[in-house]
Design a protein around this ligand. Structure first.
Ligand SMILES: C[S@@+](CC[C@H](N)C(=O)[O-])C[C@H]1O[C@@H](n2cnc3c(N)ncnc32)[C@H](O)[C@@H]1O
Length: 349
C-alpha cells in the first residue's frame, strides 16, 4: 500500500470510528439553524451564527469546529464562515428539504435503534424498535399510538418518495393500465402522482386500517377521489383484491424478510389479470451484494428496527423469487441516480 493510500485509509478509519459523531454535527447544523442561515446569506460572522443558533459562544465554537473539520463549512481569511461548495449546491437545491427530512428520520427513528444492530443480527429480530414508544411489533404498528414518530416518518417518506418517484414516472408507462394496486402505499403519494399523469387509470391504495382517514384526506385534497380508493389491508395476512393490470410495491418489500417477500409476490401474482405485471420500485443492491454503499448502510435500519428482518435486497434476489412464482419477461431498470433506486418489472402470462 502506498503512503497516499494509507493516509486515505486512515481518514476513512476515522469516519468509521466516529461516524455517529459526524452525523450528530450534521443534525446539529440543521436543528441549530446554522445551514439555514445561508439560505439568505453568503457568509456569516461568529456573532451572526451565534444569534441564529442561540448558542453560547463555547457551544458554538465546538459546533463550528466539527462542521469545518467535516468540510461542510469553511473559514475565509477574515474569519467569516462560508458553506463549502458542495453544501452551497445542496442547501440551495430542491433536495435540501428532502435531506433535512432524511436527517430528522435518522435522528428521531433510526439512530438509537441502530445501536442494537449486533443484537438484532444475533437474534434475527428488530430489537432496536424498543427505543420507539408505542405498542406493536413493527415500527408501522407503533404509529397508531405514537403521533410524533408517525409524523416524522411520513414527512420523510413522502418527500423522499416524491423525489424518487420521478424515476418511475420517467421509465415506466402506466398509460395502458386501467387498474393499479399500490401495496402499502402510505398516504397515497405514489398513486396520487401516477393518477395525475395517467387520467384513465384507477388506483386502489392499501395500508393499515388506521391510515384510512389520512389517505382519504390526501386524495380529496387533490380531487382524485373518483379514481383513487383506499382498502384497509394487513398485507401479510389478508387476501389482496384482484383484477389489476399492475401491482406496485413502492418502497415496500425491503421492510420484510425473504419468506414474507415471496408471500407478498405470490399474492400479487394472484391479484393480477393475465397479461398484468408487478412493479417493484425501491433501493436495490447489486447482484454480488458488494454495493452500492447507501443500500448496505440503509439495511441496518431494516434489520434492527423497521419490521424485522428486512434489508435492501439485490435485484437478482427479486428475479429468483419472481421466476419461482411463475412470472415471466423479467426486466430491470437502473435509475442511475444519487440513491440506489432500481425498478424490477415482471409479467403474468
Ligand atoms: C416504507 S413505507 C412506504 C410507503 C409508501 N409506499 C412510500 O413509498 O412512500 C411502508 C408502508 O407499509 C405500510 N405497512 C407496514 N406494514 C403493513 C401491513 N402489515 N399491512 C399493510 N401495510 C403495511 C406502512 O404503514 C407504510 O405506510
Amino acid at each position: 500500500m502506498s503512503n497516499d493510500e494509507y493516509i486515505a485509509f486512515e481518514e476513512r478509519l476515522m469516519l468509521l470510528l466516529h461516524g455517529s459523531a459526524a452525523f450528530q454535527y450534521v443534525n446539529a447544523g440543521i436543528k441549530l439553524k446554522i445551514f439555514c442561515y445561508y439560505l439568505d446569506h453568503e457568509r456569516a460572522t461568529f456573532a451572526e451564527l451565534r444569534s441564529s443558533s442561540e448558542l453560547s459562544g463555547d457551544a458554538l465554537e465546538c459546533l463550528l469546529f466539527g462542521l469545518t473539520s467535516l468540510k461542510l463549512l469553511r473559514r475565509n481569511n477574515r474569519g467569516e464562515y462560508l458553506l463549502s461548495k458542495g453544501m452551497v449546491a445542496l442547501v440551495k437545491s430542491d433536495f435540501w428539504q428532502v435531506f433535512e427530512s432524511m436527517v430528522e428520520f435518522q435522528s428521531e427513528i433510526a439512530y438509537m435503534g441502530q445501536g442494537k444492530f449486533v443484537e438484532a443480527l444475533r437474534k434475527n429480530s428488530n430489537v432496536g424498535l424498543e427505543y420507539i414508544a408505542g405498542s406493536g411489533s413493527t415500527l408501522y404498528e407503533k404509529f397508531q399510538s405514537n403521533d410524533r414518530i408517525k409524523s416524522v416518518f411520513y414527512r420523510y417518506m413522502e418527500l423522499y418518495s416524491k423525489y424518487a418517484a420521478k424515476h418511475l414516472l420517467e421509465r415506466v408507462s402506466f398509460r395502458d393500465d386501467k387498474r393499479i394496486l399500490d401495496v402499502g402505499g402510505g398516504r397515497g403519494g405514489a398513486s396520487i402522482l401516477l393518477a395525475k399523469e395517467n387520467e384513465e387509470s384507477e388506483f386502489v391504495v392499501t395500508d393499515l386500517k388506521f391510515m384510512e382517514f389520512e389517505i382519504n384526506e390526501e386524495v380529496k385534497k387533490c380531487g382524485l377521489e373518483e379514481r383513487i380508493s383506499f382498502e384497509p389491508l394487513d398485507i401479510l395476512n389478508d387476501t389482496f383484491p384482484s383484477e389489476f393490470d399492475s401491482v406496485l410495491f413502492f418502497h415496500q418489500l425491503v421492510i420484510w424478510a425473504k419468506p414474507q417477500v415471496e408471500k407478498l409476490l405470490i399474492k400479487a401474482f394472484r391479484a393480477l389479470r393475465p397479461g398484468g405485471r408487478v412493479i417493484i420500485f425501491s433501493s436495490m443492491a447489486n447482484q454480488e451484494y458488494s454495493g452500492p454503499l447507501m443500500a448496505s448502510l440503509d439495511s441496518v435500519y431494516f434489520k434492527a428496527i423497521a419490521a424485522g428482518n428486512g434489508m435492501i435486497y439485490s435485484w437478482k434476489e427479486y428475479f429468483l423469487i419472481l421466476e419461482k412464482i411463475g412470472f415471466s419477461d423479467l426486466e430491470r431498470i437502473d435509475c442511475l441516480g444519487w440513491t440506489p433506486h432500481q425498478i424490477v418489472v415482471a409479467h403474468k402470462k
